[in-house]
Design a binder for this molecule. Structure first.
Ligand SMILES: *Cc1c(COP(=O)(O)O)cnc(C)c1O
Ligand SMILES: [Zn+2]
Length: 389
Protein backbone atom coordinates (compact mmCIF):
# COMPACT_ATOMS: atom_id res chain seq x y z
CA UNK A 1 0.00 0.00 0.00
CA UNK A 2 1.32 3.41 -0.89
CA UNK A 3 -1.27 6.21 -0.90
CA UNK A 4 -4.36 5.71 1.29
CA UNK A 5 -6.36 8.23 -0.73
CA UNK A 6 -9.96 7.08 -1.01
CA UNK A 7 -12.13 9.79 -2.54
CA UNK A 8 -12.74 13.53 -2.81
CA UNK A 9 -15.36 15.29 -0.71
CA UNK A 10 -16.98 18.71 -1.12
CA UNK A 11 -16.10 21.02 1.77
CA UNK A 12 -19.63 22.47 1.75
CA UNK A 13 -22.29 20.02 0.49
CA UNK A 14 -20.40 16.80 1.25
CA UNK A 15 -20.80 15.40 -2.28
CA UNK A 16 -18.32 12.60 -3.00
CA UNK A 17 -16.20 12.11 -6.15
CA UNK A 18 -13.59 9.59 -7.29
CA UNK A 19 -9.97 10.69 -7.09
CA UNK A 20 -8.85 8.92 -10.25
CA UNK A 21 -10.58 11.23 -12.73
CA UNK A 22 -9.85 14.89 -13.51
CA UNK A 23 -12.03 17.21 -11.42
CA UNK A 24 -11.56 20.75 -10.14
CA UNK A 25 -14.37 21.86 -7.82
CA UNK A 26 -17.69 20.38 -6.67
CA UNK A 27 -19.93 19.97 -9.71
CA UNK A 28 -23.01 20.46 -7.48
CA UNK A 29 -22.04 23.68 -5.65
CA UNK A 30 -18.68 24.79 -7.12
CA UNK A 31 -16.95 24.81 -3.74
CA UNK A 32 -13.58 23.39 -2.69
CA UNK A 33 -13.01 19.62 -2.90
CA UNK A 34 -10.85 18.00 -0.22
CA UNK A 35 -8.98 14.70 -0.54
CA UNK A 36 -10.09 12.02 1.94
CA UNK A 37 -7.95 9.08 2.98
CA UNK A 38 -8.79 5.72 4.52
CA UNK A 39 -7.44 6.79 7.91
CA UNK A 40 -8.78 3.83 9.95
CA UNK A 41 -6.95 1.45 7.61
CA UNK A 42 -3.78 3.57 7.66
CA UNK A 43 -3.96 3.65 11.45
CA UNK A 44 -4.11 -0.16 11.57
CA UNK A 45 -1.35 -0.75 9.04
CA UNK A 46 1.31 1.94 9.54
CA UNK A 47 3.14 3.17 12.59
CA UNK A 48 4.25 6.80 12.70
CA UNK A 49 7.80 5.58 13.38
CA UNK A 50 7.91 4.29 9.80
CA UNK A 51 7.85 7.90 8.55
CA UNK A 52 10.87 8.93 10.62
CA UNK A 53 13.35 6.64 8.92
CA UNK A 54 12.49 7.79 5.40
CA UNK A 55 14.47 10.01 3.09
CA UNK A 56 13.55 13.54 3.91
CA UNK A 57 11.17 15.03 1.35
CA UNK A 58 7.45 15.67 1.60
CA UNK A 59 6.93 12.22 0.03
CA UNK A 60 7.98 10.71 3.34
CA UNK A 61 4.25 11.17 3.99
CA UNK A 62 3.19 9.28 0.83
CA UNK A 63 0.38 7.48 2.65
CA UNK A 64 -1.25 10.89 3.18
CA UNK A 65 -0.56 12.21 -0.32
CA UNK A 66 -2.59 11.72 -3.52
CA UNK A 67 -0.09 10.05 -5.90
CA UNK A 68 -1.30 6.45 -6.24
CA UNK A 69 2.07 4.73 -6.81
CA UNK A 70 5.75 5.73 -6.52
CA UNK A 71 5.87 5.95 -10.33
CA UNK A 72 3.20 8.68 -10.27
CA UNK A 73 5.40 11.07 -8.30
CA UNK A 74 6.98 14.00 -10.12
CA UNK A 75 9.58 15.32 -7.74
CA UNK A 76 12.46 17.77 -7.47
CA UNK A 77 13.09 16.96 -3.80
CA UNK A 78 10.48 19.32 -2.32
CA UNK A 79 9.78 19.46 1.41
CA UNK A 80 11.84 18.05 4.24
CA UNK A 81 12.80 21.62 5.12
CA UNK A 82 14.37 22.54 8.45
CA UNK A 83 12.48 23.74 11.48
CA UNK A 84 15.02 26.20 12.87
CA UNK A 85 15.10 27.28 16.49
CA UNK A 86 15.21 31.11 16.40
CA UNK A 87 17.01 31.82 19.64
CA UNK A 88 18.29 35.30 18.89
CA UNK A 89 14.99 36.54 17.45
CA UNK A 90 13.19 34.80 20.29
CA UNK A 91 15.35 36.64 22.84
CA UNK A 92 14.73 39.97 21.15
CA UNK A 93 10.97 39.31 21.21
CA UNK A 94 10.98 37.80 24.69
CA UNK A 95 9.82 34.41 23.39
CA UNK A 96 11.23 31.18 24.77
CA UNK A 97 10.22 28.74 22.02
CA UNK A 98 10.28 30.45 18.64
CA UNK A 99 10.94 28.56 15.39
CA UNK A 100 11.20 29.33 11.71
CA UNK A 101 9.98 26.70 9.26
CA UNK A 102 12.23 27.62 6.36
CA UNK A 103 10.50 26.91 3.06
CA UNK A 104 13.05 28.98 1.15
CA UNK A 105 15.08 25.79 0.69
CA UNK A 106 12.50 24.24 -1.61
CA UNK A 107 12.98 23.74 -5.37
CA UNK A 108 11.88 26.99 -7.09
CA UNK A 109 12.69 28.85 -3.85
CA UNK A 110 9.24 28.72 -2.26
CA UNK A 111 6.75 26.35 -0.63
CA UNK A 112 4.67 26.53 -3.81
CA UNK A 113 6.87 23.60 -4.85
CA UNK A 114 5.04 21.32 -2.40
CA UNK A 115 1.60 22.19 -3.73
CA UNK A 116 2.55 21.96 -7.36
CA UNK A 117 4.52 18.73 -6.93
CA UNK A 118 1.34 17.14 -5.58
CA UNK A 119 -1.01 18.75 -8.11
CA UNK A 120 1.11 18.16 -11.21
CA UNK A 121 1.83 14.56 -10.15
CA UNK A 122 -1.87 13.80 -9.73
CA UNK A 123 -2.79 15.69 -12.90
CA UNK A 124 -0.43 13.54 -14.93
CA UNK A 125 -1.61 10.39 -13.14
CA UNK A 126 -5.21 11.01 -14.23
CA UNK A 127 -4.13 11.64 -17.80
CA UNK A 128 -3.93 15.43 -18.06
CA UNK A 129 -1.21 16.84 -20.31
CA UNK A 130 -2.07 20.54 -20.71
CA UNK A 131 -2.08 22.67 -17.55
CA UNK A 132 -2.87 26.35 -17.11
CA UNK A 133 -2.80 28.74 -14.18
CA UNK A 134 -3.19 32.38 -13.19
CA UNK A 135 -0.50 33.25 -10.65
CA UNK A 136 0.96 36.18 -8.74
CA UNK A 137 4.30 34.61 -9.62
CA UNK A 138 5.66 31.84 -7.41
CA UNK A 139 2.94 29.26 -8.11
CA UNK A 140 3.47 29.62 -11.84
CA UNK A 141 7.21 29.20 -11.47
CA UNK A 142 6.63 26.00 -9.54
CA UNK A 143 4.04 24.69 -12.01
CA UNK A 144 6.46 25.40 -14.87
CA UNK A 145 9.23 23.45 -13.15
CA UNK A 146 7.10 20.40 -12.33
CA UNK A 147 5.44 20.39 -15.75
CA UNK A 148 8.92 20.37 -17.30
CA UNK A 149 9.99 17.57 -14.98
CA UNK A 150 6.87 15.56 -15.88
CA UNK A 151 7.17 16.28 -19.60
CA UNK A 152 3.77 17.97 -19.88
CA UNK A 153 2.61 21.35 -21.15
CA UNK A 154 2.05 24.46 -18.97
CA UNK A 155 0.52 27.87 -19.69
CA UNK A 156 0.72 30.84 -17.33
CA UNK A 157 -1.18 34.12 -16.89
CA UNK A 158 0.73 36.50 -14.63
CA UNK A 159 0.46 40.19 -13.68
CA UNK A 160 2.95 42.13 -15.81
CA UNK A 161 4.47 43.67 -12.65
CA UNK A 162 5.30 40.25 -11.15
CA UNK A 163 9.00 39.75 -10.27
CA UNK A 164 11.33 39.09 -13.22
CA UNK A 165 12.50 35.95 -11.44
CA UNK A 166 9.01 34.46 -11.77
CA UNK A 167 8.65 35.38 -15.44
CA UNK A 168 12.07 33.98 -16.26
CA UNK A 169 11.58 30.69 -14.43
CA UNK A 170 8.35 30.11 -16.39
CA UNK A 171 9.86 30.79 -19.79
CA UNK A 172 13.13 29.01 -19.00
CA UNK A 173 11.24 25.90 -17.91
CA UNK A 174 9.45 26.03 -21.24
CA UNK A 175 5.99 27.26 -20.21
CA UNK A 176 3.99 29.70 -22.27
CA UNK A 177 3.89 33.03 -20.39
CA UNK A 178 1.08 35.59 -20.85
CA UNK A 179 1.51 38.91 -19.03
CA UNK A 180 -1.67 40.61 -17.86
CA UNK A 181 -2.34 44.28 -17.19
CA UNK A 182 -3.87 43.79 -13.70
CA UNK A 183 -3.69 41.52 -10.64
CA UNK A 184 -4.11 37.76 -10.19
CA UNK A 185 -7.91 38.11 -10.28
CA UNK A 186 -7.67 39.68 -13.75
CA UNK A 187 -5.21 36.97 -14.80
CA UNK A 188 -7.72 34.37 -13.62
CA UNK A 189 -10.47 35.65 -15.90
CA UNK A 190 -8.23 35.36 -18.97
CA UNK A 191 -6.78 32.06 -17.88
CA UNK A 192 -10.18 30.43 -17.29
CA UNK A 193 -11.46 31.63 -20.65
CA UNK A 194 -8.42 30.12 -22.36
CA UNK A 195 -8.82 26.87 -20.40
CA UNK A 196 -12.44 26.56 -21.51
CA UNK A 197 -11.59 27.40 -25.12
CA UNK A 198 -8.75 24.92 -25.47
CA UNK A 199 -9.64 22.22 -22.95
CA UNK A 200 -6.72 22.90 -20.63
CA UNK A 201 -6.83 21.94 -16.94
CA UNK A 202 -6.81 24.96 -14.61
CA UNK A 203 -4.71 24.61 -11.44
CA UNK A 204 -5.89 27.88 -9.80
CA UNK A 205 -5.38 28.10 -6.04
CA UNK A 206 -7.90 25.90 -4.17
CA UNK A 207 -9.83 25.27 -7.41
CA UNK A 208 -8.39 21.78 -7.67
CA UNK A 209 -8.00 19.43 -4.68
CA UNK A 210 -4.29 18.64 -4.57
CA UNK A 211 -2.19 21.77 -4.10
CA UNK A 212 -3.52 21.90 -0.52
CA UNK A 213 -2.41 18.28 -0.04
CA UNK A 214 1.16 19.19 -0.90
CA UNK A 215 1.13 22.20 1.41
CA UNK A 216 -0.41 20.07 4.14
CA UNK A 217 2.96 18.36 4.51
CA UNK A 218 4.39 21.52 6.12
CA UNK A 219 2.12 20.84 9.09
CA UNK A 220 2.90 17.11 9.11
CA UNK A 221 6.63 17.89 9.12
CA UNK A 222 6.30 20.48 11.89
CA UNK A 223 4.55 17.92 14.12
CA UNK A 224 7.20 15.30 13.36
CA UNK A 225 10.06 17.77 13.89
CA UNK A 226 8.66 18.77 17.29
CA UNK A 227 8.70 15.09 18.30
CA UNK A 228 5.08 14.36 17.28
CA UNK A 229 3.73 17.36 19.10
CA UNK A 230 1.53 20.26 17.99
CA UNK A 231 2.96 23.78 18.25
CA UNK A 232 0.84 26.37 20.07
CA UNK A 233 0.69 28.85 17.20
CA UNK A 234 1.56 29.04 13.50
CA UNK A 235 1.88 32.49 11.98
CA UNK A 236 1.17 32.25 8.29
CA UNK A 237 1.41 34.84 5.48
CA UNK A 238 -1.95 34.36 3.82
CA UNK A 239 -2.76 34.90 0.17
CA UNK A 240 -5.08 32.23 -1.20
CA UNK A 241 -4.85 30.41 2.11
CA UNK A 242 -3.78 27.03 0.72
CA UNK A 243 -1.16 26.54 3.41
CA UNK A 244 -3.47 27.26 6.35
CA UNK A 245 -6.18 25.01 4.95
CA UNK A 246 -3.70 22.26 4.15
CA UNK A 247 -1.99 22.32 7.56
CA UNK A 248 -5.34 22.53 9.36
CA UNK A 249 -6.52 19.47 7.46
CA UNK A 250 -3.21 17.68 8.06
CA UNK A 251 -3.32 18.23 11.82
CA UNK A 252 -6.85 16.80 11.91
CA UNK A 253 -5.59 13.75 10.04
CA UNK A 254 -2.73 13.29 12.53
CA UNK A 255 -5.20 13.48 15.42
CA UNK A 256 -7.47 10.94 13.77
CA UNK A 257 -4.51 8.62 13.23
CA UNK A 258 -3.51 9.01 16.86
CA UNK A 259 0.00 10.01 15.70
CA UNK A 260 -0.24 13.31 17.65
CA UNK A 261 -2.37 14.30 20.60
CA UNK A 262 -3.60 17.59 21.95
CA UNK A 263 -5.04 20.79 20.61
CA UNK A 264 -4.57 22.12 17.12
CA UNK A 265 -2.23 25.13 16.91
CA UNK A 266 -3.77 28.57 16.68
CA UNK A 267 -3.67 29.64 13.06
CA UNK A 268 -2.70 33.29 12.75
CA UNK A 269 -3.15 34.81 9.30
CA UNK A 270 -0.99 37.78 8.30
CA UNK A 271 -1.86 39.89 5.29
CA UNK A 272 -0.50 43.06 3.73
CA UNK A 273 -2.14 46.41 4.51
CA UNK A 274 -2.64 46.89 0.76
CA UNK A 275 -4.53 43.59 0.30
CA UNK A 276 -6.37 42.32 3.38
CA UNK A 277 -9.64 40.59 2.45
CA UNK A 278 -9.26 37.84 5.06
CA UNK A 279 -8.35 40.22 7.90
CA UNK A 280 -11.27 42.45 7.00
CA UNK A 281 -13.70 39.51 6.99
CA UNK A 282 -12.27 38.17 10.25
CA UNK A 283 -12.68 41.56 11.96
CA UNK A 284 -16.22 41.88 10.61
CA UNK A 285 -17.18 38.42 11.89
CA UNK A 286 -18.06 37.43 8.33
CA UNK A 287 -17.94 33.90 6.94
CA UNK A 288 -16.62 34.97 3.54
CA UNK A 289 -14.51 37.84 2.23
CA UNK A 290 -15.23 40.66 -0.17
CA UNK A 291 -12.94 41.39 -3.10
CA UNK A 292 -10.27 43.85 -1.93
CA UNK A 293 -10.19 46.83 -4.31
CA UNK A 294 -6.89 47.92 -5.91
CA UNK A 295 -4.72 45.31 -4.18
CA UNK A 296 -1.07 46.32 -3.86
CA UNK A 297 1.94 45.05 -1.89
CA UNK A 298 5.57 44.18 -2.55
CA UNK A 299 4.79 40.73 -1.15
CA UNK A 300 3.44 39.28 -4.39
CA UNK A 301 2.29 36.05 -2.77
CA UNK A 302 -0.10 38.09 -0.62
CA UNK A 303 -1.66 39.99 -3.52
CA UNK A 304 -4.79 37.84 -3.70
CA UNK A 305 -7.79 40.17 -3.54
CA UNK A 306 -10.54 37.57 -3.28
CA UNK A 307 -9.46 34.10 -2.13
CA UNK A 308 -11.66 31.31 -3.53
CA UNK A 309 -11.41 29.33 -0.27
CA UNK A 310 -11.83 32.31 2.07
CA UNK A 311 -14.55 30.47 4.06
CA UNK A 312 -12.16 27.62 4.90
CA UNK A 313 -9.37 29.98 5.95
CA UNK A 314 -11.79 31.82 8.24
CA UNK A 315 -13.04 28.50 9.67
CA UNK A 316 -9.48 27.35 10.39
CA UNK A 317 -8.66 30.61 12.17
CA UNK A 318 -11.84 30.60 14.25
CA UNK A 319 -11.88 26.90 15.08
CA UNK A 320 -8.35 27.11 16.46
CA UNK A 321 -8.75 30.37 18.38
CA UNK A 322 -6.36 32.12 16.01
CA UNK A 323 -6.53 35.65 14.72
CA UNK A 324 -5.77 37.75 11.64
CA UNK A 325 -3.80 40.97 11.28
CA UNK A 326 -2.01 43.16 8.74
CA UNK A 327 1.52 44.50 8.39
CA UNK A 328 2.87 47.20 6.08
CA UNK A 329 5.28 46.71 3.18
CA UNK A 330 7.94 48.79 4.96
CA UNK A 331 7.64 46.60 8.06
CA UNK A 332 8.09 43.46 5.94
CA UNK A 333 11.22 44.80 4.25
CA UNK A 334 12.72 45.88 7.60
CA UNK A 335 11.96 42.41 8.94
CA UNK A 336 13.78 40.81 5.97
CA UNK A 337 16.93 42.55 7.18
CA UNK A 338 16.25 41.74 10.81
CA UNK A 339 15.69 38.01 10.19
CA UNK A 340 18.68 37.74 7.88
CA UNK A 341 21.00 39.46 10.36
CA UNK A 342 19.69 37.75 13.50
CA UNK A 343 19.23 34.20 12.23
CA UNK A 344 20.97 33.84 8.89
CA UNK A 345 17.64 33.14 7.20
CA UNK A 346 17.32 35.00 3.89
CA UNK A 347 13.55 35.16 3.77
CA UNK A 348 10.98 36.64 1.40
CA UNK A 349 8.81 39.60 2.48
CA UNK A 350 5.79 37.31 2.92
CA UNK A 351 7.74 35.10 5.32
CA UNK A 352 9.02 38.12 7.24
CA UNK A 353 5.50 39.45 7.70
CA UNK A 354 5.19 36.70 10.31
CA UNK A 355 7.96 38.25 12.42
CA UNK A 356 6.26 41.65 12.38
CA UNK A 357 2.99 39.95 13.29
CA UNK A 358 4.54 38.12 16.23
CA UNK A 359 5.90 41.37 17.63
CA UNK A 360 2.53 43.12 17.26
CA UNK A 361 0.59 40.29 18.86
CA UNK A 362 3.01 40.06 21.79
CA UNK A 363 2.63 43.78 22.41
CA UNK A 364 -1.15 43.33 22.46
CA UNK A 365 -0.94 40.34 24.80
CA UNK A 366 -2.41 38.14 22.06
CA UNK A 367 0.47 35.66 21.77
CA UNK A 368 1.83 33.47 24.56
CA UNK A 369 5.57 34.26 24.87
CA UNK A 370 6.16 30.78 26.36
CA UNK A 371 4.23 28.85 23.71
CA UNK A 372 5.90 27.09 20.79
CA UNK A 373 5.35 29.50 17.93
CA UNK A 374 6.22 28.83 14.30
CA UNK A 375 7.01 31.63 11.86
CA UNK A 376 6.25 30.13 8.49
CA UNK A 377 8.80 31.51 6.05
CA UNK A 378 7.23 30.67 2.73
CA UNK A 379 10.16 31.45 0.45
CA UNK A 380 13.62 32.74 -0.25
CA UNK A 381 14.63 36.40 -0.57
CA UNK A 382 16.53 35.58 -3.77
CA UNK A 383 13.44 36.29 -5.86
CA UNK A 384 13.01 39.71 -4.21
CA UNK A 385 16.53 41.17 -4.28
CA UNK A 386 15.31 44.51 -5.62
CA UNK A 387 13.61 45.17 -2.27
CA UNK A 388 16.98 45.06 -0.53
CA UNK A 389 19.01 47.40 -2.75
C1 LIG B 1 1.66 32.07 -2.58
C2 LIG B 1 2.51 32.62 -1.51
C3 LIG B 1 1.98 32.89 -0.23
C4 LIG B 1 0.53 32.69 0.11
O1 LIG B 1 0.22 31.33 0.07
P1 LIG B 1 -1.23 30.74 0.32
O2 LIG B 1 -1.00 29.40 0.90
O3 LIG B 1 -1.90 30.63 -1.00
O4 LIG B 1 -1.96 31.66 1.23
C5 LIG B 1 2.85 33.33 0.74
N1 LIG B 1 4.18 33.52 0.48
C6 LIG B 1 4.71 33.28 -0.73
C7 LIG B 1 6.17 33.52 -0.95
C8 LIG B 1 3.89 32.82 -1.77
O5 LIG B 1 4.43 32.57 -2.97
ZN1 LIG C 1 -20.55 20.80 -3.08
Amino acid sequence: MFSYIDHLECSVCGAVYPHNKPIRTCTACNKVLLARYDLPKLKREVDRGAIEGRHSSMWAFSELLPASTPDDIITLGEGGTPLLRAQRLGASLGMSSLYIKDEGLNPTGTFKARGLAAAVSKAKEVGLTRLIMPSAGNAAGAMAAYAARGGIEAHVYMPQDAPDANKLECTTHGSELNLVDGHIGDAGILSRARAAEEGMFDLSTMQEPYRAEGKKTMGLEIALQLGWRMPEAIIYPTGGGTGIIGMWKGFHELLELGWVEGELPRFIAVQAEGCQPVVHAYDAGAETSQAWPNPHTVADGLRVPHPFADYLVLQAIRETGGTALTVSDAEMVDAMKEMAAAEGVFACPEGCATLVAARKLLAQGQLDPEGTTILLNTGSAYKYLSLLV
